[in-house]
Structures are given as structure tokens and as C-alpha cells.
Design a protein around this ligand. Structure first.
Ligand SMILES: Cc1ncc(COP(=O)(O)O)c(C=O)c1O
Length: 384
């Protein structure tokens, strides 16, 4: 075999030309810090993570039992397209199964929608700014133009500003409700107006990752009326209220023809066999879900009251997290975040969302919420 003479340095992939232009300088998704990272960094025995909006009750005992029972299936591929799971999701929402596509987290559905719909150099994708960063990352990776309309100063949605960016080349509009990172949740009438105002060829993707925490889905979600809107897709996830973030399972409910295209291009086994079993068990476990919603709603109220009493400005949230501005008398968001970390409490700085003065905290268990409030109070009162 002759030696490779095309790479005198011996590092043929070191040059930026070795990858597609979209990949050069690509900034990866910024995840919440992990418990292990902080435990090791500060030598702590116990770490509380309130950074990624995971379920404060952990993994449902019913799901754990299903996973134990099905562990021996790990050597098998899942059935292609996960028909049993998509049928269960469809029954849960009262929609036809042909509309449902399951993915490796709703992240995968976001990626598929962009790649199936948008042609590089031709189409654009529109969202608010700030927004959940995967919309932008996957759009840019696909080589497609990404347009963003600023949110209003109070983090409500400027619909006119959003519509002003939409033209005949807009393939997808992403809207998150309740929104991440603010928790803002517009009335369903606003979404209805938006769906009707968009060109018929433009897909409105409403990302409802946190919708089940809003308390009144009929007042905020179009999902139960999806048949009325031929250009509407709704995304949901098992990562939050179902407590399965680590197994990676989400889904989209899409126009049937589009769902068919997504299924055709999806990598065949991206939803693995244990995620599928866990998803079906989680859907059936109404007790865990009801308890999750109760603990989250009560925790959200307790955190709102506690942070407000500490002088923070808390933005109203219908999700399982709160965005807040630390007390004016404190040393600010970066200081509070770092000091909490040193005490083993991880929350989410919002610098990567372009909001360096704000923080986001996930609703935890009553003990976790109390520990966070106690530590935040101590840190902010030692401002000098
Ligand atoms: C708005 C929003 N959409 C989608 C996701 C992705 O969820 P999944 O874990 O299903 O990929 C998240 C996760 O944090 C999110 O905040």
C-alpha cells in the first residue's frame, strides 16, 4: 500500500477545508453541568442539579420495573418505526398513529423537520430570539438561513415581529410554549391566529416540551384541535414530566404526509428498544405523572415566593423552571451561579441564550428547592 502523500503535515483533517463550511467554527449545544463534574471539581459528597428541567421525582418505579423486566431484550433491535409506541402515543393524545413520529428525544424530530423541509440556499427558518438553541444549531448545520425576531422586553411574544420575517421561502417557524428559558405561555388564540396567518406552505412547529406543566392545556395548546390546522406540527417529549431524559425519547405529531417523510429518512433504530418499553410504561403510569405535576406546581409556587422574598425578579412561568434576575443588591447572576456551584447546587446561567444577567432554576423536590433558596439567600446577603 502506498503512503498518503496529500497530507504533508500528517494531519489531513486539521485544516478547516476538511469539513463542510457549516461545520467550521460550529458552536455546540451548551448543556447544564453534570452532577459528576461538580462533585469532582469541588470534592463534594452531595450535589443538587436544578439545571436541565428534569423530573424532581426521578424515574417512575413503574418504569424502572418495566426496564428491569425488559433488560434481556437489549440485544434486539427495536421494531422499525416503533409502531407499538407510536400507537400508544397516538391513543394518549387521540390522534391517528400515522401522524406520530418518535425520535431520539424531540431534538431528533427538530433536526428531521429542518432537514426534510428546508433546502439550503433556498429556504429559511424563523424563530424568536432567544429561543431553544437546537432550532438554530440544526438549521445552521443544514446550511439553511436562520432568522430571529426579538422577544418583547417582558419575554412575551411579538407576533408581528415574527410574521415580518416570514416570506414565501420560509419552510418552518418554531415557537416554544411554554417558552424556554422564560416560561412564558401565550393563550391558544394567539397560536391559532399565527397558524392561520402563515402561508399554507410554511410549517408551524409548536414545541410543547413543557406544556403539561401549564395547568390548563385547552387554554394554551392547539394539539387537541390539530386537525383544523393543515400546517401545524406539535412536539412533545418524555424527558420532563415523564422523567425519561436519559433514555432519549420525544415525538412529533405532524401532518400525515410529512410524518411519512420523517419516518423514511430517520435512522432506523434511533429510538432503542428499552426507550420504547419505558415510554409505553410511562404513558400508562398516571399516578407518577399526576404526582409530578403536583410537586412541580407546588414547587414552582414555593420558589417564586422564596426568590421574590429575597428581592429577585421572577418571570411568570407555566413550565417546570423559573427564570429570574438576582436581587439588585447582590453581586449579580454570574456570582450567584458560581457560589451556588461551590455549595453543590447547579442551576443554569443564561449567557448562552444572550441573557447574562438572568438565571434559570428547575423546580426540584421540596428539599432541593429549600436548599437552593437557603443558599441563594446566604450568597445574596453577603453581597459586599
Ligand atoms: C424547548 C425544548 N424543546 C426540546 C427539548 C429537547 O427535549 P428532548 O430531551 O426530548 O430532546 C428541550 C430540552 O430541554 C427543550 O427545552
Amino acid at each position: 500500500m502506498s503512503a498518503d502523500t496529500s497530507a504533508p503535515s500528517g494531519l489531513p483533517f486539521a485544516s478547516p477545508d476538511a469539513v463542510r463550511p457549516e461545520v467550521r467554527g460550529f458552536k455546540p449545544y451548551t448543556p447544564g453541568l453534570s452532577i459528576d463534574e461538580i462533585r469532582d471539581r469541588y470534592g463534594l459528597a452531595h450535589v443538587i442539579k436544578l439545571a436541565s428541567n428534569e423530573n424532581p421525582l426521578g424515574t417512575s418505579p413503574v418504569v424502572q420495573q418495566a426496564l428491569r423486566q425488559k433488560a434481556d431484550l437489549a440485544f434486539r433491535y427495536a421494531q422499525s418505526g416503533n409502531p407499538r409506541l407510536t400507537a400508544a402515543i397516538a391513543a394518549h393524545h387521540g390522534v391517528p398513529a400515522e401522524r406520530v413520529v418518535a425520535g431520539n428525544g424531540s431534538d431528533e424530530i427538530i433536526d428531521l423537520i429542518v432537514r426534510v423541509r428546508a433546502v439550503p440556499g433556498v429556504h429559511n427558518v424563523v424563530a424568536f430570539n432567544p429561543c431553544f438553541s437546537i432550532y438554530e444549531l440544526q438549521t445552521r448545520l443544514a446550511g439553511v438561513e436562520f432568522r430571529q425576531a426579538p422577544l418583547a422586553a417582558d419575554f412575551s411574544f411579538d407576533w408581528d415581529g415574527l410574521l415580518a420575517l416570514v416570506d414565501d421561502a420560509t419552510a418552518v417557524v418554531f415557537v416554544t410554549t411554554p417558552d424556554n428559558p422564560s416560561g412564558f405561555c401565550p393563550p391558544v388564540a394567539d397560536l391559532e391566529r399565527l397558524a392561520r396567518a402563515l402561508p399554507t406552505g410554511c410549517l408551524l412547529v409548536v414545541d410543547e416540551a413543557y406544556m403539561d406543566f401549564c395547568g390548563d392545556e385547552a387554554a394554551h395548546s392547539l394539539l387537541s384541535r390539530i386537525d383544523e390546522f393543515p400546517n401545524l406540527a406539535v412536539l412533545r417529549t418524555f424527558s420532563k414530566s415523564f422523567g425519561l431524559a436519559g433514555l432519549r425519547l420525544g415525538y412529533g405529531i405532524l401532518p400525515a404526509q410529512l410524518a411519512d417523510y420523517l419516518r423514511r429518512v430517520r435512522l432506523p433504530f434511533s429510538v432503542n428498544i428499552l426507550a420504547e418499553e419505558a415510554g409505553m410504561a410511562a404513558l400508562a403510569d398516571e399516578v407518577f405523572r399526576a404526582e409530578t405535576l403536583r410537586v412541580t406546581t407546588e414547587g414552582r409556587d414555593a420558589l417564586t415566593a422564596g426568590l421574590t422574598a429575597l428581592g429577585c425578579h421572577v418571570y411568570p412561568s407555566k413550565a417546570n423552571f423559573l427564570m429570574f434576575r438576582p436581587a439588585a443588591s447582590s453581586r449579580g447572576a454570574a456570582h450567584l451561579f458560581e457560589e451556588l456551584l461551590r455549595r453543590g447546587i447547579i442551576i443554569r446561567p443564561l449567557k448562552s441564550y444572550g441573557l447574562p444577567d438572568l438565571l434559570r432554576v428547575s423546580v426540584g423536590s421540596p428539599d432541593e428547592n429549600a436548599a437552593f433558596l437557603k443558599a441563594a439567600g446566604e450568597i445574596m446577603s453577603h453581597a459586599g
